[in-house]
Design a protein around this ligand. Sequence first.
Ligand code: SF4
Length: 435
Amino acid sequence: MSTFCIGVHDMATGRERRTVALDTVGCKLNQAETELMAKQFADAGYQPVTVTGEADVYILNTCTVTHIADRKCRQRLRLVRRQNPGALIIATGCYAERAHQEIARIAGVDLIAGNKHKPHLVKLVEKTAGPGGPATSDACSGDYIGPRTRAFVKVQDGCNSSCAYCIVPLVRGGESSLPADQIIVEVKHRVSLGYQDVVLTGTKVGSYRYDGVGLAELLQRILSETGVNRLRLSSLQPPEISPVLVALWRDRRLCRHFHLSLQSGSDSVLRRMKRVYTTGEYQRAVSLLREMVPEAAITTDIITGFPGETAAEFEQSYELCRRLDFARIHVFPYSPRSGTGAARLPQPVAASVKRARSERMLALAAAGALSFRWRFLSRKMSVLWEKRAADGVWSGLTENYIKVYTRSDEDLTNQLLPVTVTEMWGDGVWGSTDS
Ligand code: SF4
């Protein structure tokens, strides 16, 4: 087992404070949970530090949604052990839940803790590190690491669906939502820390329900009871899109960005995937969003090469994506996750075919993203500036999720400023803050 070796000298107490670095692979729900863990460690007296520096404790919140996510987690754990030989290294999250034996084979991982252990990680670290807890300091209580621009707040966890390709219900369990009062407190807390943009996350945010309060009522309460400037949802499913819900977007604090996973544009593939909507229902949801929230960015996920996906089924998928003209498409070549229904199906789609289909879909995605950004040329948009790169160029996000770049000598961090879009720029647009 590694021992603690580094500490930050606390001027207020004259004691050493242990440092903790929290790192995340995966979805916005994981990011929200990492933020919660950061708060728990800060409250227990730990000093949060960046993942690129040295730390007494390094925690990786892992993801297992694809084999690529698994590999990324393993690589990151090995790298951290090489760079940080004295740290206590902990793997938690979905990969730790699903395949702790695989992580246990990585030399130098001290502790593997599944999702249910996340709320108790401080205690587990104390137990693993031996007696003598960290020095505590009120000064760091409630501290977070990183720029306070966008916060992730968990509202829900788990999933009662059984999409054939998905490992998530197995590692996250059934649906459960958090009380609205607790979420309001959490959002207010983030606002008081300076966050401008709050993302509500969960495995299936649209199925939020606690004590008779559904997602629409939750959003209404957050808008009326907190001072949040921007509020986003991580993702929704077509059956969850209703006129009552979408009418809430009249409040401009609700960001005009909807992530609506399609997965396939072929009804026969959707049936085999055990998705709960048809392409017709999906298109109706998109039409409603476009009618009621013009200029919204609608983004999606597509799986290529699902077991048995024929050339004709892929063409249907491609054609629907072309017609729906998404602002962004995340393309995933299908990879079997053991324990899922789809992994037990015959796997006739060759890797080369999956690759070719993914490439076509990615080219379509790039064209759609560019044409979406073009619509805003010469327009004035509100940008939340997040960070400055080494070359002095700032980047930030519009409410409809367009990345904007500009050059400024001022510190723009966390400022919400109007900009005029002047040209296309890399994966985003260039904005002028002068006018
Ligand atoms: S809805 Fe389907 S894809 Fe989404 S988490 Fe649940 S099982 Fe997985």
